[in-house]
Design a protein around this ligand. Structure first.
Ligand code: SAH
Length: 242
């Protein structure tokens, strides 16, 4: 009799946690995000009430969780990646806590590092990048991100929800002081069978990424060049001698 906020992982349905899957398989009500794999939604019991979050306002979702939680049902709120990374999990948890409803947060594999990794880009690399800044590609209230602080952050930048405004993002970072030659990549639909990625630099990334599908993550920094190195070493490797 709890509302479980469960991270579904970055896309590939096999990347949910064991605990997350157990909860999905035992729930009374499943409220699933649009980004969540259908295979995971299909894991809910046949008699569970399955609700898609698509088209619902955040307020309506929160009200629903509080109402089903108060009714004593086992509710799974299944979210893409990790519930507490750009997932509004904090808001939902706060509402549940304030309403006195029992809840649990089950972390998920966030796209933060998993999606770059799916394109062989390590977000940190010894001697190259010792920090990662994650940010939304659009700032508060759909405004521009704080380019000056992003450009000054050093290390790797991982930008969420940035594909639609990639032109402005790259130009903003260059205006704020990052060299136009800074390595940068877009990974589209990471960990899914139709994953695609492109890498270049801030200057040419918008052209290279033309036509890529959502969801997509933007990675900026020298680790992108390490990713390219791993990819070409893999392609050129001769089979290991046994
Ligand atoms: N809670 C999620 C993030 C939700 S915000 C997490 O922890 O991963 C949605 C954004 O996440 C998308 O716009 C995109 O930038 C990124 N994203 C999520 N899944 C992705 C995937 N499979 N491939 C590329 N980007 C992804």
């Amino acid at each position: 009799m709890t509302v479980h906020l469960v991270g579904a992982g970055p896309g590939d349905p096999e990347l949910i946690t064991v605990r997350g899957l157990e909860l999905v398989r035992a729930c009374d009500v499943l409220v699933a995000d649009a980004l969540v794999a259908q295979e995971l939604v299909d894991e809910a019991p046949d008699d569970a009430l399955v609700i898609s979050r698509r088209g619902m306002t955040q307020e309506a979702v929160t009200r629903l969780l509080v109402a089903y939680g108060a009714a004593g049902l086992d509710v799974v709120r299944l979210k893409g990646g990790d519930p507490f990374v750009f997932g509004r999990g904090g808001e939902e948890t706060l509402a549940l806590a304030e309403a006195g409803i029992d809840f649990e947060v089950v972390p998920g594999v966030s796209s933060i590092a998993a999606v770059p990794a799916s394109a062989l880009i390590p977000v940190t690399h010894r001697g190259v990048s010792d920090r990662v800044t994650i940010a939304s590609g659009h700032g508060a209230d759909d405004g521009e991100p704080d380019y000056a602080s992003l450009a000054a952050a050093g290390g790797t930048l991982v930008l969420f929800m940035g594909l639609e405004r990639l032109d402005r993002l790259c130009a903003g970072l260059v205006r704020a002081g990052l060299p136009a030659s800074t390595p940068a990549a877009v990974v589209s639909r990471g960990t899914l069978p139709d994953q695609e990625s492109v890498s270049g630099c801030l200057d040419d990334l918008p052209d290279l990424a033309e036509g890529l599908a959502s969801p997509a993550l933007v990675v900026v920094g020298d680790v992108v060049a390490i990713g390219a190195q791993i990819t070409s070493a893999t392609a050129n490797a001769s089979p290991a001698a046994v």
